[in-house]
Design a protein around this ligand. Structure first.
Ligand SMILES: Nc1ncnc2c1ncn2[C@@H]1O[C@H](COP(=O)(O)OP(=O)(O)OP(=O)(O)O)[C@@H](O)[C@H]1O
Length: 296
């Protein structure tokens, strides 16, 4: 039998409760209430929920940035209270802050030194991360001129610099346009292929559906639902049949067979819809600025 201690989960949260103290004479506020969850090594886990539901508080407890009132959290089997547990983690906060006067490369070198990296190894790794996040051409540009999407990608490059096994992303696509969000989504899918574990929060549910293996849905500090995305969203008693070039006669025949079965019901028939996101991307990706049109 394999030893579970040899392959601990990437993250465990056991009966976590966080009460923020109220002012003098005021009652405390329970931000997270008896929450438990587990993120297996190699999976992408999404924490979703309305504003104020306790997602960031949970993440901060996992990262050891906040002391639980009750319960405990671990990273790869080590308590989050141990400094060593943080060596395994890369973190992208919701609004990463960078020194505006540094360029992209200098920013990564700065953060690398904070993680005790240095020399050629750090330079090579920084270059590799800039290439991975599509910022190679912007490496010498001051961060002050970066777009929101570029800043988030620089944040991702910084989070990955020290080769962590777990990446924690708080709203990685907040304020980023659909094309930029898609780049970030593709990067997250790439991390998964590389065997990294990802814990992510986002309000963009469609994107979460595309990248997450499992999600936990929080409300008022509690876990309301949790499970594999494909299982949570499957409508158990429905079957989808998508046909190309079906003639009206064939459709009539199928409808007749369904009616004849006496049990099955046809719920919907018509053209499948694309998503607004896909439509937006198709419409904008092919457009070129007017001043870039070839001169006649
Ligand atoms: N330091 C604090 N002191 C007092 N209350 C706090 C503190 N930090 C968070 N809270 C409260 O705890 C609750 C949960 O906050 P949290 O930031 O974890 O929610 P969230 O789900 O991440 O929300 P959002 O989606 O807006 O980021 C909120 O009601 C918030 O006001």
């Amino acid at each position: 039998m394999s030893d579970p201690a040899a392959h601990p989960p990437a993250v465990t949260v056991e009966n976590l409760t966080k009460v923020f103290k109220g002012g003098l004479g005021k009652k405390g506020f329970v931000a997270v209430r008896d929450l438990s969850l587990e993120v297996k090594a190699g999976e992408v886990y999404g924490l979703i929920g309305p504003n104020g539901s306790g997602k960031s508080t949970t993440m901060k407890a996992i990262l050891g940035l906040l002391a639980p009132t009750r319960g405990k959290t671990t990273i790869f089997g080590q308590s989050s209270t141990e400094v060593a547990s943080r060596r395994e983690v890369g973190f992208l906060p919701e609004n990463p802050y960078f020194y505006k006067h540094l360029n992209g490369m200098e920013t990564l070198l700065f953060y690398g030194r904070l993680c005790s990296m240095g020399g050629k190894e750090l330079k090579d790794r920084a270059r590799e991360m800039l290439a991975l996040t599509g910022l190679e051409d912007a490496a010498d540009r001051r961060v002050a001129g970066y777009s929101k999407g570029m800043l988030q990608r620089l944040g991702l490059a910084q989070a990955l610099l020290h080769r962590p096994r777990l990446i924690v992303l708080d709203e990685p696509t907040a304020g980023v346009d659909p094309a930029g969000s898609r780049k970030i989504r593709d990067l997250v899918l790439g991390f998964k292929k590389e065997g990294l574990t990802v814990l992510v929060t986002s309000h963009l549910l469609e994107q979460m559906q595309e990248v997450c293996d499992r999600v936990g849905i929080m409300a008022h500090g509690k876990m309301m639902r949790e499970g594999r995305v494909d299982e949570l969203i499957a409508v158990e008693n429905h079957t989808e049949l998508v046909l190309a070039d079906a003639s009206p006669e064939l459709l009539a025949e199928i409808t007749r067979l369904v009616e004849k079965s006496g049990r099955a019901k046809l719920i919907h028939s018509g053209h499948p819809r694309t998503t607004l996101e896909r439509l937006f991307l198709e419409a904008t990706e092919s457009s070129v600025p007017e001043d870039a049109a070839p001169k006649r």
